[in-house]
Design a binder for this molecule. Structure first.
Ligand SMILES: *Cc1c(COP(=O)(O)O)cnc(C)c1O
Length: 395
């Protein structure tokens, strides 16, 4: 295995940047003697809700559970159809399946990699199905088109469950994502913009009734201890993770600003590269760059080329959910997913994390420019020996 001098992301760097605060929060929590659903979780829930400008937050064990519990709270049940996208983390769709519902995939808008609202409306209008809810995904930190999605939801009486796992702090028309739909789900997986040092998640909502349902369902459906009112699960955020998240939440805005500045630097440095398509931001959006995703033909050889030079990249995600073996035959499609399938072939997530230095970014840019400018240089100078075999195979 090649060791990478520039990782694609670094939860370690983020821990080190705040280690004094995190270590003392952990010590406080360890000494309290209370490790499940105590003061840290209650405080984090309050602070996270206040940050988002929403009434209720409920800490849960991870992002998949957050989506599942949010859907359950909205009464999504077997026989229901739930509209979402195939270009997402498989967790989005796993949560729909866990409810016994059928995912219905809508293609994406290639400019923002989020749900194509024209296709959404076409599907709801033209096909009969027990459409119950829409799960828009704010992928890579770019919000889905929430104005139009809420409009479709209102006209066809559908619930909206926002998947905010990649969009902590992102805004649409100056409002935070998670505040548009009926309910929203977050993940605090370590690499997310707000990341725990282990698993964690939250469900947030304006609606007290929905929040109460999630509180019941996250702990065996207990209304009072040991008496289950509905069939719930165990999905609790633990005190240690909540203590860590309280520290990291205080730094979320500055971390997001750093991500945005790094993204601007990439864009400025690569904008003249005709063979790279750079990420775009809708005018209504604040993109928080959970990922900086470029598109390039010959993506896999570019990825190998960068890895050989110590630069880590990832593909989010290489196989759309509708093409994954576990999901074959258990979803519905009313129109082809051309944009989803094209994106999966071309996308590449470059290194980006708040502690990444300007120098590291410059190194990645130089590596990229060296290979994506190569054809022009060759045409001009005909110095074929300058081009490494990797380069020639790739481009
Ligand atoms: C990470 C992620 C999830 C799932 O979160 P986990 O905490 O890993 O269960 C769901 N949806 C999206 C878009 C994600 O990126």
């Amino acid at each position: 295995m090649v060791s990478l001098s520039i990782p694609q992301s670094s939860p370690l760097a983020n821990y080190l940047a705040h280690s004094d605060e995190i270590d003392s929060a952990l010590r406080r929590c360890l000494k309290s003697g209370w490790y499940i659903l105590g003061q840290e979780v209650a405080s984090f829930e309050k602070e996270f809700a206040a940050y988002l400008g929403i009434a209720h937050a409920v800490g849960v064990a991870n992002g998949t559970d957050a989506l599942y519990l949010a859907l359950r709270a909205c009464d999504v049940a077997p026989g229901d159809a739930v509209l979402s996208v195939s270009h997402t983390a498989v967790a989005t769709i796993a949560a729909i399946k866990l409810c016994g519902a059928t995912p219905v995939f809508v293609d994406i808008d290639p400019a923002t990699f989020t749900m194509d609202v024209g296709r959404l409306e076409e599907t709801v209008k033209n096909y009969r199905g027990r459409f119950k809810a829409i799960v828009p995904v704010h992928l890579y930190g770019h919000p889905a088109h929430m104005t139009d999605i809420m409009d479709v939801a209102a006209r066809y009486d559908l619930r909206v469950v926002e998947d905010c796992a990649q969009a902590h702090g992102a805004t649409w028309e100056d409002r935070k994502t998670a505040t548009f739909g009926d309910i929203a789900a977050f993940s605090f997986y370590p690499t997310k913009n707000l990341g725990a040092l282990g698993d964690g998640g939250a469900v947030v909502t304006h609606d007290g009734g929905l929040a109460d349902r999630v509180r019941l369902l996250r702990e065996y459906g207990w209304e009072e201890r040991y008496i289950s009112k509905s069939v719930g699960i165990n999905s609790r955020l633990d005190e240690l993770q909540a203590a860590i998240l309280r520290v990291k939440l205080r730094h979320l805005d500055e971390d997001n600003s750093r991500r945005i500045s790094l993204a601007r630097l990439y864009t400025a440095a690569l904008t003249d590269q005709e063979r790279i398509t750079l990420p775009q931001t809708a005018s209504e959006a604040t993109h928080v760059f959970h990922q900086y995703v470029i598109r390039v033909a010959e993506r896999d050889s570019l990825r190998n080329y960068l890895r050989d030079r110590g630069t880590g990249t990832l593909v989010h995600y290489p196989v759309p959910v509708h093409q994954q073996p576990a999901y074959a035959g258990c979803f519905k499609l009313y129109s082809p997913l051309y944009e989803t399938e094209a994106a999966a072939r071309e996308i590449l997530s470059l290194p980006l994390f708040p502690e990444m230095t300007g120098e590291q970014l410059e190194t990645v840019v130089q590596q990229l420019r060296a290979i994506t400018s190569v054809r022009k240089r060759r045409a001009r100078s005909k110095r074929k020996q300058m081009i490494t075999p990797v380069t020639r195979a790739a481009f």
